[in-house]
Ligand binder design. Structure first.
Ligand code: HOZ
Length: 441
């Protein structure tokens, strides 16, 4: 990727000092690559504290936060009910490595709210959940191949770190160094939203396919939805060939709707359900917690009931489950998603109107509290179209907003998140800040 041409005269001295210190000991100065601002250039903001819709950096500057820890903070930072639950849980002990009633309560809550799930297992990260779901699908079907889509990200387990192959279901090439070709030889990569390619892939390999994993609304190539006919075809082909349809709802689960993206597709496709789902982010409310689940028949293949092994010292951690439960309870209050969806739409429509007024090509989309936008005339439908967008223009937009205290994801390929704590005034400020930038272009 070309390095952005940014050389700001900085007023962010403490952020810079911390970044320099961090780079001496932590690769790239960060513990997760996108945080390093490599795509957009400049100095990452080191967060000192956060409250509601805002965080403050090491220099004391306040930002309207449209990342919210990359999705979990749907209630905003420091929600009082969540803090109370976490404080109480902490006093009772941090980790036991033995079962607790709270794990049962959280499992009951998740299964009640997501109709496709009959059983769930709690783990600590989305990567772990996706990796375990794939192992379980392979174990349950006795098949090896998996289908994923270009641009979908399912965490960094080796077999899923494959994005290449815009042609027909090519055997994948690893995206990352350190992933031997043998490890991804069973990973088939198909273009997102490309029905014919998917049909050809199943026609060629269908009887060997254990599962198809998809982000139904992809938040890892900005924000791109699977079309309804494409999703319907995914379901039909999986059923026809006996492969499991796995929804990666780490981002979309409890974020786009109470029932996740699967409930959004079920509105257009009667009876629609995936066979398995992967959840994370919101279900932990900001603590390390994720889950995978599905039908009883599949989930009973997991150890200690069945032959598929999976385990974790911190799985179902008592403080994380307290945080997740308190968060899920707040989400069920009447009108929660209507208000969140309306606020998110007002941000996207406000930015779009401001850009168009200034003659700048711009489009965006949102579902519930998740959104994306492009400096483009129309929404891209796949990874190649997202990759072809203008990153220098995005980078200028990103820095102009950052300088005015509005914090979007520091990369064009990420979705954004609005929380219940974002006020109408926050949205208005964000839109007017963008309008000034567009007018000056
Ligand atoms: N996986 C996230 C981007 N889609 C980044 C997570 C992080 O840096 O916290």
């Amino acid at each position: 990727m070309a390095q952005p041409n940014i050389s700001p005269v900085s007023t962010h001295t403490r952020n810079e000092a911390l970044f320099e210190r961090a780079k001496k000991l932590i690769p790239g100065g960060v513990n997760s690559p996108v945080r390093a601002f490599k795509a957009v250039g400049g100095t990452p903001r080191f967060v000192q504290r956060a409250q509601g819709a805002y965080f403050w950096d090491a220099d004391g500057t306040r930002y309207i936060d449209y990342i919210g820890s990359w999705g979990p903070m749907i209630l905003g930072h420091g929600h009082p009910a969540v803090i109370e639950a976490v404080q109480k849980a902490m006093l009772e002990g941090f980790s036991y490595g033995a079962p607790t009633e709270r794990e049962v309560e959280l499992a009951e809550e998740i299964v009640r709210l997501v109709p496709s799930l009959e059983m769930v297992r709690l783990v600590s990260s989305g990567t772990e959940a996706a990796m375990s779901a794939i192992r379980l699908a392979r174990g349950a079907t006795g098949r090896s191949k998996i289908i994923k889509f270009e641009g979908c990200y399912h965490g960094h387990a080796d077999a899923l770190l494959v994005k290449a192959g815009s042609g027909l279901a090519t055997f994948g090439n690893p995206t990352s160094a350190g992933v031997p070709p043998e490890v991804v030889q069973h990973t088939l990569v198909v273009e997102y939203n490309h029905i014919r390619q998917l049909e050809e892939c199943f026609a060629l390999h269908g009887k060997e396919v254990a599962c198809l994993m998809i982000e139904p609304i992809c938040g890892n190539m900005n924000f791109v939805r699977a079309s309804v006919p494409f999703m319907q075809r995914c379901r039909e082909l999986c059923t026809q060939y006996g492969a499991l349809l796995i929804f990666d709802e780490v981002m979309t689960g409890f974020r786009v709707a109470l029932g996740g993206a699967q409930s959004v597709y079920a509105k257009s496709i009667p009876g629609f359900k995936p066979d398995m789902s992967v959840l994370g982010k919101v279900i932990g409310g900001g603590m390390p917690l994720a889950a995978f689940g599905g039908t009883r028949a599949v989930m009973e293949q997991l150890a200690p009931m069945g032959p598929v092994y999976q385990a974790g010292t911190l799985s179902g951690n008592p403080v994380a489950t307290a945080c997740g439960l308190a968060t899920l309870r707040e989400l069920q209050k009447p009108g929660f998603y209507d208000a969140l969806g309306a606020r998110t739409r007002s941000l996207v429509s406000g930015l779009t109107a401001a850009a168009h007024k200034a003659g700048v090509p711009f489009c965006g989309d949102s579902e519930g509290g998740m959104f994306g936008f492009f400096l483009l005339g129309q929404l891209p439908q796949n990874y190649a179209a997202v990759m072809a967008t203008n990153s220098p223009a995005f980078n200028r937009f990103f820095h102009a907003m950052l300088d005015k205290g509005v914090y979007y994801a520091p990369a064009l390929y990420e979705a954004g998140f609005v929380s219940a704590a974002h006020s109408a005034q926050d949205i208005e400020t964000s839109v007017s800040t963008a309008a000034e930038f567009f007018a000056g272009l």
